[in-house]
Design a protein around this ligand. Structure first.
Ligand code: XIL
Length: 346
């Protein structure tokens, strides 16, 4: 029998996994025992996003989210809620006029919907979901706020409500609503490429500073950490996290996976021993960095975006037909060298 991942890591931080689909939690499913054995925290890979929780305005669907929260409680695990405001996986009705679906929603309509969605969801799990990804991927690669040209309608419709010259009000209000619904929940702003793009990292730093200066309860910044076997370097990732931590917030690694591909032009390749060892070295070095971050007091949690390679979202993404192998267990649910890199780093 192999060591439990979470027993190895509990002294440093809770180790989590994204769960998708919810059926992997069924006692009869081959994944469920492994999830219980190795992980201390769970995140819904998809079924707590707005399109899953409120597909039709006013019709909340709780079945899957309830099941995850109950499973976590029954097994002494934490839950990270993901996610309240995003530009993807959100139903079109949010942004359209209820009287005329050909017309956009007004600022007042969209704000009312944002408030209702966030308050309904957060208060349902008050005290039971410890961390919420309040807003997800609100930054462009250049560090500016994502707008209509990069797929988000939030900023354009809501705009600058308080007249302070910044149109980040939808973000500010999302934090305010979430905090009102559960004052004890820790609130997170989550994004990708923070560890690889300086412009985006600087944009995050500026945004977080502004939110904190306004007294908003931003507790941590989530680094998604969809990285590859080759980049970025450990030192670059460390310095990115420390730059944000210096602002007085915590850091969570929220969606870690380590792709065997360096870019989207690489075509499918066999998963050789060399690749697996390279990946194991990478997981080992990264987790040593995380442990140091925990000892320094800023790294709060690490969630891996899936458990075994049979369920990775990177199959067919970003390249259709290409299979990846980014996780700690293989398609037969056997521990990979990557797992041993974490458990036995010597
Ligand atoms: C992904 C899911 O894993 C996929 O199943 C789904 O098709 C698309 O979304 N950043 C995020 C996550 O914040 O919500 C995304 O999850 C992966 C990228």
């Amino acid at each position: 029998d192999i060591p439990d991942l979470h027993s190895v890591l509990d002294p440093y931080f809770p180790i989590g996994a994204a769960i998708d689909p919810v059926d992997v939690l069924n006692a009869s499913d081959i994944h469920s025992a492994l999830i219980k054995k190795h992980f201390k925290s769970l995140t819904a890979g998809n079924f707590m996003k707005p399109d899953a929780l409120q597909p039709v305005e006013g019709n909340f669907v709780w079945t899957n989210a309830d099941k995850l929260v109950q499973f976590a409680e029954a097994n002494d695990m934490l839950v990270r809620g993901h996610t309240l405001l995003w530009h993807n996986q959100i139903p079109a009705w949010f942004f359209t006029d209820p009287a005329d679906s050909g017309k956009p929603a007004t600022r007042e309509q969209l704000l009312a919907r944002l408030e209702t969605h966030i308050k309904t969801v957060v208060s349902r799990y008050k005290g039971r979901i410890q961390h919420w990804d309040v807003v997800n991927e609100v930054l462009n690669e250049d560090g500016g706020l994502r707008g209509a040209d990069t797929g988000s309608k939030w900023k354009g419709i809501i705009g600058d409500v308080d007249g302070d010259g910044y149109d980040s009000d939808y973000i500010e209000l999302a934090f305010k609503y979430a905090h009102e619904a559960d004052p004890d929940a820790k609130l997170v702003i989550n994004d990708y490429n923070l560890e690889s793009s300086n412009a985006k990292l600087n944009g995050m730093a500026a945004l977080v500073k502004r939110l904190l200066a306004k007294g908003l309860p931003v507790h941590s910044v989530g680094f998604q950490m969809h990285i590859s076997n080759t980049a970025p370097s450990i030192e670059q990732m460390r310095s990115a996290m420390e730059k944000i931590a210096a602002l007085g917030v915590k850091i969570q690694s929220t969606e870690l996976d380590i792709s065997i591909y360096s870019n989207s032009t690489e075509s499918e390749k066999p998963v050789t021993d060399d690749i697996l060892l390279e990946q194991a070295k990478r997981y080992r070095e990264l987790f040593e960095m995380y442990k140091q971050g925990a000892q320094k007091g800023y790294l709060e949690s690490v969630t891996i975006w899936g458990m075994a390679d049979d369920g990775t979202w990177l199959d067919n993404f970003p390249v259709k037909g290409r299979k990846d192998a980014p996780l700690l267990f293989d398609r037969q649910l056997q521990a990979k060298p990557a797992y041993w890199g974490i458990v036995d780093p010597s």
